[in-house]
Ligand binder design. Sequence first.
Ligand code: PMP
Length: 422
Amino acid sequence: MTTPHDTAFPGPVKPEHRLDIRAVRRQFPALRQLVHGHPLAYLDNAATTHKPMPVLDTLVRHYERDNANVHRGLHTLGVRATEAYEHARTRVAQFLGARDAGEIIFTRGTTEAINLVAQSYGRTHLQPGDEIIVTAMEHHANLLPWRRLCTEVGATLRVVPIDDDGGLRVDEYARFLGGTPRLVAIAHAANALGTVNPVAKMTRLAHAVGAVVLVDGALAAAHTPVDVAALDCDFYTCSAHKLYGPTGIGALYGKAALLAAMPPWQMGGDMVLSVDDTAVRYAEPPQRFEAGTPPIADAIAFASALDWLADLGHDRIVAHERALLAHATEALGAVEGVRLVGTTREKVAVVSFNVEGLHAHDVATVLDDAGVAVRGGDQCAQPLMHALGLPGTVRASFAAYNTVDEIDRLVDAVRHARTLLG
Ligand code: PMP
């Protein structure tokens, strides 16, 4: 079924950058449903994207044909599963621009990747009195592991403030570097605001004072090209489920020399070379950091999602999302009583806003009644909301399959919420 919401997009998108949205949407079964009697307008892609048929097919095919544990069985299915799993690692490395597949560790997602770095690298390399820098726009996933690490090792966390548009105070960041921090952890793109941080420059500045840099790419990876070699960051994280892939799988990129000097985080099967009564020899990275049976089918389907993205053209998706962002910013900004939160020039396709006098949860509920799915609340960034003096925001976030008509329905539903609740 095609929906009545398949349209061309507005603005200065060059024809060669256009996506065939009808064809894209046909690949997503979840989009073909009614919610409260309305065609679903799924605008909660910063939380998670839907999955195209090739990804779903890969999951089914793996379980139907190749299901076996990896790195263990010498039988045919075990070999097939291992090959596909290791191929997926190579595919992720290629997507992120890593030089070597050995620099890619499969994790449950960004959250687990950051905890791994905090617990393995952080606990062995940081000492009392050391400083860690984060920004005021971090998701809890890139804040709480560092807060805990600070408590555990006696380090201090410093938080770089943002300006009124939701942009980072890079001048303050540069000033904080004067304290010679040991580690900097920054969002490539902030989930609550959409702000894209100048991570290449920030990495360069951090390296100049000897700090190690982790970039949280959970949101950015789907919406902007990533090249860890060009960024020169030490660690980079992403989550497949925001990249049209499955939940429960993501990746940590780490520079080979750093990974080699890190102890395992979790202990168990498949991460050792030898064990006797007194001694353990750990496997080299990445195996050292993948204790236990990994989410094999999900890793393989993650690679399918990256293939799907590449076939469609990441640059074309980015151009399409930029057009949607421009339209949404203008149309929502024109609604009386709507205040946009996060309006920097460098943004991914996220529009956070508040409606005067209305709670974000109530607005999100009225939108859901109209079949429009958005996020309403603190966006897993409570300290940011405190800094902004807001209990939360409503957040609409776009993906390759979204249309201008869906955004117009969002805007109509926001107007309706004002009338209904205002
Ligand atoms: N950081 C950012 C910027 C995010 O958007 C998210 C997901 N909302 C996370 C970290 C956490 O990712 P995950 O839940 O996939 O581990």
